[in-house]
Design a protein around this ligand. Structure first.
Ligand SMILES: [Zn+2]
Ligand SMILES: [Zn+2]
Length: 649
């Protein structure tokens, strides 16, 4: 029998017979490792422990210490879920069951949606499946055999029919359940110990709205009970902060069936937040050397053929509409999904010299993207977007400084203002790209230098850049530890070429500028949704739609209360008087539910001393008596500093 050489992570080499499995290898290393082993990495791929290794390779036994093993466990959990569902609902069709961030799901074709009681039963049944500790058995089968095994499941037959002629078809069996699957899996169902089913939701087969609706069950699985508990606590906290629930409770926004999905109606309080955010970013833009521009929401679609967004990204745009009266019948218009080409045309409207650069154009604009209805989610995923967009046109030499300034803005407007932790990643040149290596070398180097100069740690996603330029992706971590997609700073060598943008250099020759796309918030919809959840609706004073609620104890102080409210308004504060004929306690409770930062209770003593009894959000029943003038000075200062909490630091 021939032997093969397996290189372990510590660099040592084991000579073993060809066909040795990961399990045998683990056993030869030690009984502890054999017991902990869940899968094996062979070369760059993760394999089942039971699969024979036939040639030389670097190998690593994976245990619960490896993130890859957690993914294997979660995918295996999806099979265990399907096993349980098939035992309880024998006719269920089987769709896909991948691992996802924090868990897994599986799609089932069933005659009716799963009820919460079904989910409980299925979860109990999963417990039975894990107790029986079925091994996961891998088989390589022919196409005919695969078709025979899944003859009763049209979803699986459809998948088989799409597999390439040379593809190895594998199936996996755990006890009574067999699935078409590439694997790998943990050795047996008993390895799943800490899991929970979360909820069920309709999902189109293959995400295609024209296909049948399946029922997707979501679950989560972890190696340790503490991790599962922590995750469930975070979910519970997230549920309490759900921006759709708080958005309704705080009367910030709504989505109307009549207007359409993914289109936000900003109510007065939500629109106040949107306006304040817009003003904050526009003020910062103006102070940072940007010009404001404004461009139309509809355009002849020719624009997007020049930019290259059509026909390539046609599916993400709304379909064309007829031209205006008096135009050629062939002319078509589109609502715009982005501003970039229009900003490029503003750049192009004049002869530009190197002395004019950089030119920074910014615009908070309404854009429309035809997102699939299944992906829409409150404010976080919408079709009508308000983007705080900007484009910088500069020389290649200026890129580093421009990126540095963008990072400054992100730091000011996102980290300092809202307390988000930021996470940075550079995406570098992909295989297929525009422009020579020299340009990419310099551009990538400048992105890194700008980040280093700001003292920022970053990761590199090698090859993850767009074909037209490298980029920096910024994510932010919210108050309960969730990571959100944040701003992107994207270099672009393509649009300037497509629009033939030029500037005259010091050498008197024509050169092409680099274009930088950047947004700070991204969209005001998603950012506001994030803020609602980050602050659980308790916005910092400067952003709170209602900053102060003045509450007279009785009718006798109503007039004085209105007088105080007028003075606060004159000082620029957003104030509301609650002099309804309700008990004081009731009105205070309502103010708490509305998460108003300050409630100013006015009794006879306060009237006589020109002061107010202050209740600060989050400080419980504690009341502090303060002269009206001192309160005005304190709050206006907090607004000016954009202090995070009512009492700020
Ligand atoms: Zn599988
Ligand atoms: Zn752009």
């Amino acid at each position: 029998m021939s032997s093969i050489r397996l290189t372990l992570p510590d660099g040592s080499v084991r000579e073993v017979p060809a066909g040795t499995t990961g399990r045998e290898l683990a056993e030869s290393i030690g009984p502890g490792l054999a017991k902990a082993a869940l899968a094996v990495r062979v070369g760059g791929k993760v394999w089942d422990l039971s699969r024979p290794i036939e040639s030389d390779a670097p190998v690593a036994i994976l245990t619960d210490k490896n993130p890859e093993a957690l993914e294997v466990l979660r995918h295996s959990s999806a099979h265990i879920l399907a096993t349980a569902v098939r035992e309880l609902f024998p006719g269920a069709g089987i769709g896909f069951g991948p691992p996802i961030e924090d868990g897994f799901y599986y799609d089932f074709d069933v005659s009716r949606p799963f009820t919460p009681e079904d989910i409980e039963r299925i979860e109990r049944q999963m417990g039975e499946v894990t107790k029986r500790d079925f091994p996961f058995v891998r088989e390589v089968v022919t196409r005919d055999e695969a078709n025979r095994r899944f003859a009763d499941d049209p979803l699986k037959l459809e998948r088989i029919s799409e597999l390439g002629p040379d593809e190895t078809i594998t199936i996996y069996t755990d006890g009574p359940f067999t699935d078409l699957c590439r694997g790998p899996h943990v050795p047996s169902t008993g390895r799943l110990k800490h899991f929970k089913l979360l909820h069920a939701a309709g999902a189109y087969w293959r995400g295609d709205e024209k296909r049948q609706m399946l029922q997707r069950i979501y679950g989560t699985a972890w190696f340790k009970k503490e991790d599962l508990d922590a995750y469930l606590r975070q979910l519970e906290e997230a549920r309490k902060r759900d921006h759709r629930v708080l958005g309704k409770q705080l009367d910030l926004f709504s989505i109307s069936e009549i207007v359409g999905p993914g289109l936000i109606l900003w109510h007065p309080k939500g629109a106040m937040i949107k306006w304040l955010l817009t003003r904050a970013v526009e003020d910062d833009n103006l102070a940072s050397g940007y010009d404001l521009v404004s461009t139309p929401t509809v355009t002849r679609e020719e624009l997007f053929y020049i930019s290259g967004h059509l026909p390539l990204y046609g599916a993400n745009q709304y379909p064309p509409m007829a031209a205006g009266a008096g135009e050629s019948e062939e002319t078509r218009y589109r609502v715009k999904p982005m501003n970039c080409p229009m900003h490029a045309l503003i750049y192009k409207s004049q002869q530009r010299s190197y002395r004019d650069l950089p030119i920074r154009l910014s615009e908070v604009a309404n854009l429309y993207r035809n997102e699939k209805s299944g992906t829409l989610h409150g404010m976080l995923r919408v079709r009508g977007l308000s983007m705080d967009d900007a484009h910088i046109f500069c020389t290649l030499d200026q890129v580093e400084e421009e990126i540095f300034l963008c990072l400054d803005q992100v730091d000011r407007l996102v980290r300092q203002t809202f307390g988000f932790e930021l996470d940075f990643e550079i995406s570098t040149r992909p295989e297929e790209r525009l422009g020579g290596d020299e340009i990419w070398d310099r551009a990538e180097e400048m992105l890194e230098r700008a980040l280093k100069r700001k003292g920022i740690d970053y990761r590199i996603d090698a090859g993850g850049g767009a074909f037209y330029g490298p980029k920096i992706d910024i994510k932010f971590r919210d108050a309960i530890g969730r990571l959100w997609q944040g701003p992107t700073i994207q270099l672009d060598f393509n649009l300037p070429a497509r629009f033939e943008l030029e500037y005259t250099g010091a050498d008197n020759k024509a050169h092409q500028p680099v274009m930088i796309h950047r947004a700070i918030y991204g969209t005001l919809e998603r950012f506001t949704g994030n803020l609602i959840e980050h602050f659980a609706g308790a916005f910092p004073v400067w952003l709170a739609p209602e900053q102060v609620r003045v509450i007279p104890i009785s009718d006798a102080q109503a007039e004085a209360a209105c007088g105080i409210a007028r003075r606060l308004k004159t000082a620029g504060l957003r104030v509301h008087v609650d002099d309804r004929n309700e008990t004081l306690n009731y009105r205070i409770r309502e103010g708490e539910v509305a998460k108003v930062p300050y409630m100013a209770v006015i009794g006879q003593r306060e009237v006589e001393s020109d002061s107010l009894a202050l209740r600060v959000r989050g400080a419980g029943k504690k009341q502090e008596v303060m002269p009206v003038e001192a309160f005005v000075a304190k709050v206006t200062d907090e607004v000016r500093r954009r202090a995070l909490a009512p009492y700020g630091d």
